[in-house]
Design a binder for this molecule. Structure first.
Ligand code: TIU
Length: 223
C-alpha cells in the first residue's frame, strides 16, 4: 500500500494514508434501499438511494484490492426490541413500526432478510460487520475498539442516509479523533436538498467535522 497520497477534497486536500484508513459502509441494507422496508414505511422515496450503489461498489472493489480495512454497519434491533428505546420505536407516524412485518421480514430486526446488506455490497469473508441500535455507529458497539486494534486513524465514510446515520457517525468519529472523508457520490439521502446541504455542512467552516471528496479521487489514489 502507498504511504500517503494527497487527494483533492473539500475544504482542502486530504493526505490519505491507506494503511491507516478504513472504508466504512453505513447501513446499505435492504430495509433502507428497497420498497417495503423501514425507509419506505417512513414515507420516503427509496429510489433516491439507489444511485449510490454503482459508485460505492467500485470504491469497495478498489479498497479491497488495496488491502484496506472494510467495515459494514447495519442499523437494527434484537427480535424482542429490548435495545430499541420508546423514543425511537414510537417516533412519528410511520405506516409500520420497527419490528412489524414488512416485505422482507420484520422491519429492522437482526436476522431478517430486510435487515441485511444489499447483494451488490455484500460483506466479503473477514470484513467487519457492526450491528448498531442507533444512528451513530459508535453508540453501543465495539467499533472504536475494532478501529484501534487495526491502527486506523482515518475513515472513508459512505452509505445512507447522508443527514442521519452518515452525519451522526462522522460527527462521533470526529469527536473520537478520527479524520473523516465523506465520499460525496457514495452517500445518499431520500431528500436531494438534504444531500446537498448535508455535504456542505461537513466541509464548511474549514472542515468543521470532516472532508468531502468524490469516489473518483479516492479510487485514483488507491489504484
Ligand atoms: N431515516 C433515515 O434517513 N435514516 C435512518 O433511519 N437510518 C440511517 O440513516 N441509516
Amino acid at each position: 500500500m502507498a504511504d500517503i497520497v494527497t487527494i483533492a477534497a473539500e475544504p482542502a486536500p486530504f493526505d490519505l494514508e491507506p494503511s491507516r484508513a478504513a472504508l466504512v459502509l453505513i447501513d446499505m441494507q435492504r430495509d433502507f434501499l428497497l420498497p417495503g422496508g423501514f425507509g419506505e414505511t417512513l414515507g420516503n422515496d427509496v429510489s433516491q438511494l439507489q444511485k449510490v450503489v454503482p459508485p460505492l461498489a467500485e470504491l469497495l472493489d478498489a479498497a479491497r484490492a488495496a488491502g484496506m480495512l472494510v467495515i459494514h454497519t447495519r442499523e437494527g434491533h434484537k427480535p424482542d426490541l429490548s435495545d430499541c428505546p420508546p423514543a425511537k420505536l414510537n417516533r412519528g407516524e410511520p405506516s409500520k413500526r420497527i419490528g412489524d412485518p414488512g416485505a422482507f421480514g420484520r422491519i429492522l430486526i437482526r436476522g431478517e432478510y430486510g435487515h441485511d446488506i444489499i447483494d451488490e455490497l455484500a460483506p466479503a469473508a473477514g470484513e467487519v460487520v457492526i450491528d448498531k441500535p442507533g444512528k451513530g455507529a459508535f453508540y453501543a458497539t465495539d467499533l472504536h475498539t475494532v478501529l484501534d486494534e487495526h491502527g486506523i486513524t482515518q475513515l472513508l465514510v459512505t452509505g445512507v442516509t447522508t443527514e442521519v446515520c452518515v452525519h451522526t457517525t462522522t460527527r462521533e468519529a470526529n469527536d473520537r479523533g478520527f479524520d473523516c472523508v465523506v465520499v460525496s457520490d457514495c452517500v445518499g439521502s431520500y431528500f436531494p436538498e438534504f444531500q446537498r446541504v448535508g455535504l456542505e455542512m461537513i466541509a464548511a467552516q474549514g472542515g468543521i467535522f470532516g472532508w468531502t471528496a468524490p469516489s473518483a479521487a479516492l479510487i485514483a489514489a488507491l489504484t
